[in-house]
Write a protein that binds this ligand. Structure first.
Ligand SMILES: [Zn+2]
Length: 314
């Protein structure tokens, strides 16, 4: 069976895994990214880590996923703020070092490809993964192909407008989904209610320190029955639902998987999202779609990156 390397390049850590063509992780290693030490150091860290876990295995191909704006064809990272990268090669140094084809992909797209091939999207031709964390992103598989667009910038669901005259977003727009349904958005919403004098047991949980409020705490309190937390999570779910109804009506997916840190809230978030989508999507699209929690978890990045390579060399 062919063995692929999947590399998940993140702002804090580099995750490297050997993955077989069934999506099983054979070995895995984490290394600090050390992007403050510069691009060359990051590439050395990737190569060293892959060499360590590779051993005598012969690689079929390498897949690497990275945040930021990528030129997937050229294998170049055009810009990644949290890595300090601008116009740097990602594909070529790995091909030079390991002598096998190497492919790069945006991290959410890679996760979508992995989840489609080996997770909740398996067996479908039309699949959407939405990642809800500090930001909100998506990858769309339509008619059996991952969508890319002209500049590898499709499915920016986090910047679809859910409030026409809403909060200003750092993308330059306003009223973007990310301002309301991300972890940051949930915390902001909760703080606003508290500042207006609403009661919530979240305040006791953080011992009155508003800086310690996290989306996970709000979700936990919502699950325990705190009514303001439930209200905040429901509002986030409704905003997510609005954006997803538009996606469901546009792409007619069979499965929408929701992943990322905020999705770990589980049913308290996912059930209202599902109800909203089922109620407000068009009849045919609502009938076709299943809403599920993504299952790849910790390995989403590395398995996704490996899936990118598998997709290219199949
Ligand atoms: Zn935006």
């Amino acid at each position: 069976m062919d063995i692929f390397a999947g590399i998940d390049l993140g702002g804090t850590n580099i995750e490297v895994a050997l993955v077989d063509s069934d999506g099983r992780v054979l070995s895995h290693k984490t290394h600090a990214t050390e992007s403050v030490l510069g691009y060359e150091r990051v590439i050395e860290n990737i190569k060293d880590t892959l060499n360590e876990i590779k051993g005598d295995n012969q690689l079929r191909a390498i897949g690497l996923c990275s945040p930021g704006l990528l030129d997937v064809e050229k294998g170049v990272c055009l810009f990644a703020g949290n890595l300090g990268f601008r116009d740097v090669e990602l594909k070529r140094p790995l091909e030079d070092a390991f002598g096998v084809p190497t492919f790069i992909e945006n991290d959410v797209n890679a996760a979508a490809l992995g989840e489609w091939r080996f997770g909740t999207g398996r067996g479908t031709e039309n699949f959407i993964l939405v990642m809800v964390g500090t930001g909100v992103g998506a990858g769309v598989v339509c008619d059996g192909h991952l969508l890319h667009g002209k500049s590898n910038a499709t499915a920016e669901i986090g910047h679809t407008i859910v409030e026409k005259d809403g909060l200003f977003c750092n993308c330059g727009g306003r009223g973007c989904l990310e301002m309301y349904a991300s972890a940051t958005g949930i915390v902001r919403m909760m703080r606003q209610y508290i500042n207006k004098g609403h009661y919530t047991s979240v305040v006791d949980e953080v011992q009155g320190n508003m800086d310690r409020i996290t989306a996970a705490i709000v979700a936990k309190k919502a699950t325990e029955g705190d009514s303001l937390s439930k209200h905040v999570i429901n509002r986030a779910a409704e905003y997510l639902g609005v954006a997803l109804v538009n996606y469901v009506n546009t792409f007619n997916p069979e499965v929408v998987a929701i992943g990322g840190g905020v999705a770990r809230a589980g049913d308290v978030l996912l059930k209202p999202v599902e109800e909203f989508i089922k109620k407000r999507s068009m009849e045919v699209q609502a009938r076709d779609v299943k809403i599920v929690q993504s299952t790849l978890g910790e390995d989403a990045g590395t398995v996704g990156a490996a899936a990118v390579a598998m997709d290219k060399v199949k």
